[in-house]
Design a protein around this ligand. Sequence first.
Ligand SMILES: Nc1ncnc2c1ncn2[C@@H]1O[C@H](COP(=O)(O)OP(=O)(O)OP(=O)(O)O)[C@@H](O)[C@H]1O
Ligand SMILES: [Mg+2]
Length: 217
Amino acid sequence: MVSQAQILQWLQIFASEIAENKEYLTQLDAAIGDADHGINMERGFKKVMSQLPTMTNQDIGSILKTVSMTLISSVGGASGPLYGTLFLKASTVAALKQELYTQELLDLLQAGLDGVLQRGKAQLEDKTMIDVLSPAVAAFRQAVAEGKDTVSAMQQTVSVAEQALENTKPMLAKKGRASYLGERSIGHQDPGATSAYLMLRSLLQSISNGELEVGNN
Ligand SMILES: Nc1ncnc2c1ncn2[C@@H]1O[C@H](COP(=O)(O)OP(=O)(O)OP(=O)(O)O)[C@@H](O)[C@H]1O
Ligand SMILES: [Mg+2]
């Protein structure tokens, strides 16, 4: 079970992870893109944090919708509309909800992934955030099928995501600016896959904090 408070905490943790890793994300994008991924993400999540006071009493769907609108309106480039779509699709699954069962969190993550797939038209191994999100959602689905609780399922998901992030290094980029480099994109970790990994790790951290209701999934 994930509470509304844990969703708010997720956003705060992700925003601070983005701020801490702004240079790192930008360096990764400097190698295969235009050196703005950290800047883009930090701008967007700083804006999201400024909206936090308006979110405290909202349901999870409304919170995620606000995140989406904020990202779409404040972040340019590919990542703004893509993360904006992820949060928009996720918000529809969480409409009017104050908490999410493990299965609902799975539906939310799947909806977010589907949104990015529809919007960006990337396929697996194109060297994008999809290469982290897709195996991560599959891992979460499998953990849920095995009857794992939310935290254990998310732990499994984050370790799969970590390996999936590493796996973006040898890939040849086929989407965005990185694709212009062709073979020269090989050997570099994808910036968007990196921020997607941070997003999942932040979610694990938020749901691990204050998870006192043992056995309640
Ligand atoms: N079509 C796509 N589908 C999914 N993710 C994508 C797509 N295009 C780019 N990305 C992701 O966006 C990241 C780059 O985000 P950034 O904030 O730097 O925007 P950008 O500079 O406009 O991107 P790009 O140059 O890749 O179009 C990439 O590392 C990749 O993970
Ligand atoms: Mg860029």
